[in-house]
Design a binder for this molecule. Structure first.
Ligand SMILES: [Zn+2]
Ligand SMILES: [Zn+2]
Length: 251
């Protein structure tokens, strides 16, 4: 839940100036303003699942985009159940929206490419949570010439989920892996009960995947001490970092 210095889940991936929003918790608009991220540059939105802490910020954001006179189609990748939610929102608040919102329903059982442009390929895959939930992997596309100079970069987002064996394969080799770690290890039974992961489970996934770096997040509001997350994860995977609101990371 939101507390004074922590907002629910939302991330922006900036690929050559184009923005890809991943989840859209309450407060996303204000955070985007603080971070000087333009609403106009959002090309697509990826919603992992229909829990409020991952999408309550969406409706205000859509209305603001309309106020800014957006005309470009907005692609939203979200579970099937998002269809009626969007329809409800548009039926009450859709007047004056001069852009199309295209909902691409997610229902895959294994990784599938869902969005591509010249510089990016995005695939979605199922996570294991209380309700339908999906993770996303962003792979940079490079021309043959650029490939000779450097390797393509990649990023994966996995929230919310309990651990399961296939996940590490699906995010194998990413430069940066974001994996939720809602609980420290001493609350492992709570993690299992609520279909979430602990610090060590996140770190294990990063290690099995051979990720470059692990970003932790989605901390339970009952835990006030961030240090414990980073500290515990590093015992298994030294390149672990506990993300905080407003952090910027270059891949
Ligand atoms: Zn959830
Ligand atoms: Zn959540």
């Amino acid at each position: 839940m939101p507390i004074s210095d922590r907002n629910p889940s939302a991330q922006a991936l900036n690929v050559h100036g184009r923005l890809f929003l991943i989840d859209c918790g309450e407060g996303t608009q204000q955070q985007m303003r603080r971070m000087h991220l333009s609403f106009v540059k959002v090309e697509a939105l990826f919603l992992s699942h229909l829990h409020g802490d991952h999408l309550f910020g969406l409706f205000g954001l859509l209305s603001t985009m309309a106020m800014y006179g957006r005309t470009a189609t907005l692609h939203i990748y979200a579970p099937v159940g998002f269809g009626p939610v969007l329809k409800f929102y548009l039926s009450y608040f859709g007047e004056g929206m001069n852009f199309e919102i295209e909902h691409h329903p997610l229902k895959m059982k294994e990784p599938e490419v869902v969005h591509t442009n010249r510089s990016l390929s995005v695939s979605a895959f199922p996570l294991r949570h209380k309700i339908d939930c999906f993770g996303f992997r962003f792979d940079e596309q490079l021309s043959e010439r650029s490939m000779q100079k450097r390797a393509p970069r990649s990023y994966a987002y996995c929230s919310d989920t309990m651990p399961f064996p296939e996940l590490a394969q699906w995010v194998s080799g990413v430069n940066v892996l974001y994996h939720e770690s809602t609980y420290p290890q001493e609350l492992a039974s709570k993690a299992a009960e609520h279909f979430h992961s602990t610090t060590l489970e996140a770190a294990q996934c990063a290690r099995d995947a051979g990720a470059g770096k692990l970003l932790l997040g989605h901390y339970s509001s009952r835990v006030r001490d961030f240090e414990v997350f980073e500290h515990e994860a590093r015992t298994l995977f030294p390149e672990s970092y506990a993300a905080q609101d407003g952090d910027v990371l270059e891949i």
